[in-house]
Ligand binder design. Structure first.
Ligand code: ZN
Length: 339
């Protein structure tokens, strides 16, 4: 065994057997913002063998305060987060196999991932995607580790099919549902504690230390110096659509997928193309040239200005519109430009 993992090997609960299990493990990290950066770096350093990372966004200067994988250069180049992350993670541990997905996480991608990973790490910023993760994880019988943080607080819970209530059961009682980092901001320690706690649970899971797992909803506030462990076994709903006996996994139904999203921390709206509609970067370049305004093309997107709005069209046909929060306006602008 090489010296890279010597301190982790000395930790008896992991040891050589646990390290081998980590090397054989495959995980998915959904989202590569603040939590995703911290989780990816920790688990890449720990020697998890294969990691899938999905994110739809690019690096901005306002990310760097808490998104530890990214640099000023990444922001200047507007690199997609998964591209910048891959570069950095490879330089930390070149033996880890990385797969990245620059796209919106939809029912197809989440099921693809759930079918081939040992655990899904939640690093998203919205409840819609978490419901998607929850349905896919319970359908494919794999654990997923919830993490959410805002301000100086965070919430962590390892969801486990056949053992714990699911996210859908807990939804009505989870704290910090109505606050986002858009409205109350966030400090980096809250991110680090949340991600570190998620990673501790992942290490227990992946090394077979099941008895050490904390099956309580853990809530902390590192400014007000409080923490809370909430037992949730009684919250499991018999007729739950995800973890009940006759589960239907409604979030995996294509028709349930929203075509729009307001992006957390962005002051931006994302519009997806209608099913079957394909807008390519070439189309976008041609169409936006006619606008006779600012336009630039990178390998990943076409950025352009229309009226007062700055927009980016990505390779998968997604349009990111900056400076608005109104979903209907987003849809109208998309149709006006791309039909
Ligand atoms: Zn449930």
């Amino acid at each position: 065994m090489d010296s890279r993992y010597s301190r982790q090997l000395l930790f008896k609960k992991i040891g050589a057997a646990g390290q081998k299990r980590l090397g054989d493990a495959t995980i998915a990290i959904i989202g590569c913002g603040a939590l995703g950066s911290a989780i990816a770096e920790t688990l890449v350093r720990a020697g998890v063998g294969t990691i899938h990372i999905a994110d739809r966004d690019y690096v901005e200067l306002s990310n760097i305060q808490r998104q530890q994988l990214f640099t000023e250069r990444d922001a200047e180049e507007m690199l997609p987060k998964v591209v910048a992350a891959e570069k950095r993670l490879k330089s930390i541990n070149s033996s880890v196999v990385l797969h990245t997905y620059l796209q919106n996480v939809d029912h197809l991608l989440i099921e693809y991932l759930a079918a081939r990973v040992d655990v899904i790490m939640d690093a998203t910023d919205n409840f819609e995607t978490r419901l998607l993760i929850n349905d896919a994880a319970y359908k494919h019988n794999i654990p997923w580790i919830y993490g959410g943080c805002v301000g100086s607080s965070g919430v962590i819970f390892p969801f486990r099919p056949k053992q714990t209530a699911c996210f859908r059961c807990l939804l009505p009682v989870l704290p910090t549902v109505n606050e986002t980092c858009d409205t109350v901001g966030i400090i980096s320690p809250a991110v680090q504690i949340t991600a570190a706690t998620q990673c501790a649970e992942a290490l227990k899971l992946l090394t077979g230390n099941d008895k050490a797992i904390r099956y309580k909803v853990h809530h902390f506030d590192c400014w007000n110096n409080t923490f809370l462990d909430i037992g949730i076994s009684r919250l499991k709903k018999e007729k739950c659509e995800t973890c009940g006996e006759h589960a239907t996994f409604p979030s995996l139904d294509r028709d349930q997928q929203s075509q729009y999203a307001v992006l957390c921390g962005r002051d931006a709206v994302q519009v997806l193309p209608s099913p079957g509609r394909k807008v390519t970067l070439n189309d976008a370049e041609k169409l936006t040239k006619n606008l006779k305004a600012f336009m630039r093309r990178t390998p990943y997107f076409v950025e352009f200005q229309r009226e007062q709005y700055r927009m980016l069209l990505f390779e998968d046909g997604r349009l990111l519109i900056h400076g608005i929060k109104d979903l209907n306006l987003g849809r109208r602008l998309y149709t006006e430009i791309f039909g």
